[in-house]
Every structure is written in C-alpha cells, then in structure tokens.
Design a binder for this molecule. Structure first.
Ligand SMILES: [Zn+2]
Length: 100
C-alpha cells in the first residue's frame, strides 16, 4: 500500500496565529477565569499552538480567554473583561503581537 502524501499546508484549517510578542508590547493583566466556561466565542486564534485565545461574550461583557497547555495541564485565564470596544482593541493588539 502506498502512504498517502502529507496534507499540504493550505489543506489544513488554521485560524489566526498570534505572532511573537513584540519587545515593546503592552502587558495584559491575566486573571483567573470567572463564571466558568459559559461564554459565546466571537473570534479565536488557532489551537494548533500550545497557547490560544478566544474573544468571548458573556452577560453583556466582553473578555479575552487564554488557554495554555503546559506539561499535560490545561490552564485557562482571562483578561480585559468589560466594554466591547476596549476588549476589541486589546484583541486586535494581541493578534498583532502588540499586547499579551
Ligand atoms: Zn494553526
């Protein structure tokens, strides 16, 4: 039997990848996740990376959820809970490597 060729890169379904944080990035203050996991996810980064992010909406508030897979553990925290405009700005910066 012939091995199927590996999938070309464009055949994988990757979402946005967060670039390396720039040295002059704005530090975000990550806090323990509140209200469990009940939230609507509006946008997300690719989970092929050990750390991925989700832009969430819950109870009229917006926030960024971070999931980190470290040594077999899954750590989840959040930041920028509050008004959509402010959270969205942080999200845009995070996607550009300007905040994290
Ligand atoms: Zn990916």
């Amino acid at each position: 039997m012939v091995e199927p060729p590996p999938l070309p890169e464009y055949d994988r379904f990757h979402s946005a990848h967060v670039p390396e944080l720039r040295p002059d990035h704005i530090p975000l203050r990550w806090e323990p996740l509140r209200y469990g996991n009940r939230a609507r996810v509006r946008d997300y980064t690719c989970d092929c990376r050990p750390t991925f992010y989700e832009l969430c909406h819950s109870g009229g508030e917006c926030f960024i959820r971070r999931t980190r897979r470290l040594n077999g553990q899954v750590l989840v925290d959040e930041c920028m809970r509050g008004r959509t405009a402010r959270t969205l700005e942080a999200w845009t910066r995070l996607l550009a490597g300007e905040a994290g």
